[in-house]
Design a protein around this ligand. Structure first.
Ligand SMILES: Nc1nc2c(c(=O)[nH]1)N[C@H]1C(S)=C(S)[C@@H](COP(=O)(O)OP(=O)(O)OC[C@H]3O[C@@H](n4cnc5c(=O)[nH]c(N)nc54)[C@H](O)[C@@H]3O)O[C@H]1N2
Ligand SMILES: Nc1nc2c(c(=O)[nH]1)N[C@H]1C(S)=C(S)[C@@H](COP(=O)(O)OP(=O)(O)OC[C@H]3O[C@@H](n4cnc5c(=O)[nH]c(N)nc54)[C@H](O)[C@@H]3O)O[C@H]1N2
Ligand SMILES: [Mo]
Length: 741
């Protein structure tokens, strides 16, 4: 490490140059090959050297004194030496293991942490916990919990295989698609981010291109800026896409625009489902007039949309946000049904696609390869929870719950270990989580910053950031490979997660199992070597590690490979020889299997469940991802720039409430309240407001969250008993001008 230099690194939001002087990051600059570099990196210098870094290990006073556990979030911390801190944590892990078994340790530890393949926080924690006998894990993600449950029933494939494999590339869309019908938007703001990094941000570019080619692009969303300006905005009331989709089905069927032949050969259950939307089963017919009442869209507009979709090549795009809400399984299921009715699944540029824009690398055409990977080992404990059922688990040990046809029991957790995530940013109904969080006997957190979660831990280990260690950067769908050099020494007494777990594993007599006697550098060499050999065997010419270190990064010539891959083509060509993995081998419009689960909110076919409306709270709150950061990361630097969170509202709603732009607003409902500064925009429909995620929960004594975290308002219910996914969007709230100081 010299006195003054600049080098390239990568992050979940892409690559950037880091400028270092005297062991401090002083500046960042965009990566030369990124056509639309995110501004997020600008927050890095301030955040990395911020006073809210955890400077050394700490223990919570109340926990140390073994008095009540009920003061988490409200207690003082005592600084510890590394030696003492490791000793305390190791003894506690041994105690819990001996007294209650590994099934009392929750190591789900959901979160995005940092890019970099070796220092991947969850892998580090999971490998450590596996080497001490295992842990209760968490299943699926906050991003796509409902999708991961429903899509295998309908398309017979793991949802990730659809997202990263059976999907039309941007290049196929450009060549073949006439109509891009987008539910929930394709937002360049969100596509800044991809797991492990997206190096060339090109989503805006695609839309400029498509416009020039004269494509018909409709963005169905409560917010206009959910899609690039080249799209036509069709405003919709959130939570009602399902009603619109049913009416589209109604028009296709009654105007004989549905592809009956494809439905006969490639789907099952259409005749049963048809009775539902035609109103032949005792329910009301799902006519455009009916849907208009639900969605706020004109009946004639719905008819035109359906007719348009049946003319030319149509791709139905659905954003992940639609399933991150109560009953979120239905619009995903129904999008597949509509695509089957149009009969274009398996044709280039046609069918259905999920998550374009949600994640920058979706739709990219880099050759699929096995990335460099730090193996987690085997977990001897099979118990898990659906990831967003954390509060339910802590509040109801031994309690029963339903999940995707199973009757399950919540484990009795005594010790929680979190590494690389911030539940007091990401979980729904944070006041409820705050209560649930008091139940375990011990909570250990590895974190670089004093996040809302670190502030509620018993033992806090200061972790390095990605700038304080070297690593390999690689992401699915991205053609780049990076050597991420260490830029600065660890800040304060921070240590790498690997070194923290190595020290713990020594005390727990499993050092060899955890480390295999290798240092970080040796591990990086080993996992890179495996990647290198695999790539070479696939005919991909990647640099060896020594060369990569010198070059800092390399663009592999792999991006043309998958461009003409047509999803579901083999199934389309011969559904008998190439059946889907569903019970019928076909697209399941009706699922016997789901019907047998007997969940009222999700019977054997998609239905519309009207979103909950409580007149006391007439506004619908959306909580999308922040444009200026990744979740709650770098929040310390973001809040130095803008003091309060920003609430987006339509001017009409503001007028009715006599509030104006710039006012400090209290947003509240029966679950909690928070503060944000008002911004008025015509780009959001009246009756709906939007407050981005990303704040660190900071309640006052009276329970008012001054950070502006929408999760003090959101509901901690699963999407349904099927998916048990996070249901964060579309929450009933009211607002008023804040009268306090
Ligand atoms: N209301 C609402 N809530 C939501 C959503 C929504 O749409 N609406 N979206 C949900 C979704 S999709 C997601 S993915 C989640 C995201 O939620 P999280 O993934 O929990 O959010 P992050 O802020 O990325 O948390 C990562 C944490 O890891 C820490 N970290 C970074 N590097 C390291 C490291 O090397 N070691 C260690 N030990 N820690 C590190 C960071 O400081 C940060 O605190 O939020 C969910 N919450
Ligand atoms: N800059 C940035 N980008 C990110 C992230 C980040 O933290 N920062 N996080 C990443 C992560 S982890 C994920 S999972 C993805 C999430 O990607 P998405 O799930 O697509 O994103 P959201 O931001 O939750 O929602 C997108 C939009 O959906 C609309 N919407 C909400 N409910 C409805 C509805 O019922 N109907 C319709 N038609 N529209 C609705 C809202 O207007 C919202 O702005 O984003 C990723 N991208
Ligand atoms: Mo996510």
């Amino acid at each position: 490490m010299g006195k003054k230099f600049s080098k390239v690194t990568t992050s979940h939001w892409g690559a950037f140059n880091v400028f270092v002087e005297n062991d401090k990051i002083i500046n960042t600059e965009p990566f030369h090959a990124d056509p639309a570099p995110p501004n997020i990196s600008q927050l890095v210098p301030n955040a990395v050297h911020h006073s809210k870094r955890v400077d050394q290990p700490y223990v919570r006073k109340g926990w140390l004194k073994k008095n009540t556990t009920s003061a988490r979030g409200n207690d003082e911390y005592v600084p510890l030496s590394w030696e003492d801190a490791i000793e305390l944590a190791a003894n506690e892990l041994i105690r819990v293991k001996n007294d209650f078994g590994n099934e009392a340790i929750f190591g789900g530890s959901y979160g995005w942490a940092s890019a970099g393949r070796f220092h991947h926080s969850q892998s580090q924690l999971h490998r450590f916990l596996n080497s001490i006998g295992g842990y209760v894990s968490s299943y699926a993600s906050y991003s796509t919990g409902a999708a991961q449950a429903i899509i295998p029933h309908v398309l017979g494939l793991n949802f990730h295989k659809v997202t990263w494999g059976e999907i039309n590339s941007w290049k196929l869309i450009k060549k073949h698609t006439d109509n891009l019908i987008i539910f929930g938007g394709i937002n360049p703001k969100n596509s800044q981010v991809s797991m492990g990094g997206s190096t060339e941000h090109d989503v805006s570019n695609h839309f400029r291109n498509f416009k020039q080619l004269g494509k018909n692009m409709v963005s169905i969303s409560p917010q206009q800026d959910d899609s690039p300006k080249e799209t036509t905005w069709l405003p919709i009331i959130p939570g009602t896409d399902m009603a619109l989709m049913l009416a589209i089905a109604y028009v296709l069927e009654t105007e004989k625009l549905a592809n009956q032949m494809f439905l006969n050969t490639h789907s099952s259950g259409y005749e049963l489902f048809k009775k539902y939307f035609l109103g032949e089963d005792g329910h009301s017919a799902k006519t455009p007039e009916w849907a208009s009442q639900q969605t706020g869209i004109n009946a004639s507009t719905i008819r035109d949309l359906a007719r348009n979709m049946a003319s030319g090549r149509t791709l139905i795009c659905v954003s992940w946000s639609l399933q991150r809400a109560r009953y979120g399984e239905h619009p995903f299921w129904m999008a597949c049904v509509l695509a089957a009715m149009l009969g274009q699944i398996g044709l280039p540029g046609g069918g259905v696609g999920f998550g374009y824009g949600a994640i920058g690398n979706v739709g990219k055409t880099a050759k699929r390869m096995q990335g460099p990977l730090f193996e987690q080992g085997q977990n001897p404990i099979s118990d898990f929870i659906p990831v967003s059922r954390i509060s339910d688990m802590l509040l109801n040990p031994g309690g029963p719950y339903n999940f995707n046809g199973e009757k399950r029991i919540y484990p009795d957790i005594k010790l929680v270990y979190w590494c690389g995530g911030n539940p007091f940013h990401h979980h729904q109904d944070l006041n409820r989580l705050n209560k649930a969080w008091q139940y375990p006997e011990t909570i250990i957190v590895n974190e670089p910053w004093w996040t809302a979660t670190a502030q509620r831990a018993d033992l806090v280990f200061p972790a390095t950031t990605q700038f304080e260690r070297s690593d390999i950067g690689w992401a699915k769908g991205d053609p780049y490979i990076f050597y991420m050099p260490q830029m600065i020494p660890p800040v304060g007494l921070a240590k790498n997660d690997y070194d923290i777990f190595t020290a713990l594993s020594k005390k727990l007599n499993c050092e060899e199992r955890f480390t295999e006697n290798q240092s970080s550098e040796e591990w990086i060499e080993a996992i890179y070597d495996k990647f290198y050999r695999q790539a070479r065997s696939q005919g991909i010419n990647v640099a060896d590690l020594k060369t990569l270190k010198e070059k800092n990064f390399e663009r592999m010539s792999i991006d043309q490979d998958e461009e003409d891959y047509v999803p579901f083509q083999a199934f389309r060509d011969d559904p008998l020889r190439n059946p889907l993995g569903t019970p019928s081998g076909k697209i399941e419009i009706y699922s016997e299997k789901i019907a047998k689960f007997n969940y009222p909110e999700i019977p054997g076919h998609p239905i519309f469940n009207r979103p909950f409306l409580n007149q006391k709270f007439p506004l619908r709150l959306l909580s999308p991802q922040p444009h200026d950061k990744l979740h709650s990361q770098l929040q310390v630097a973001a809040e130095d720039k803008t003091k309060h969170a920003i609430l987006i509202m339509n001017p009409q709603d503001a007028k009715e409430r006599r509030i104006s732009e710039g006012d400090l607003i209290k947003i509240w409902n029966s679950r909690g309240s928070c503060l944000a500064t008002l911004k008025l925009q015509e780009t959001i429909i009246a009756g709906v407001i939007s407050l981005a995620t990303g704040a660190w929960f900071s309640p006052t004594k009276d329970g008012l969250d001054i950070s502006g975290n929408p999760n003090v308002l959101t509901a901690d219910t699963g999407t349904s008993d099927l998916g048990q996914g996070s249901a964060a969007h579309n929450i009933e709230v009211e607002v008023e001008k804040y009268q306090g100081v």
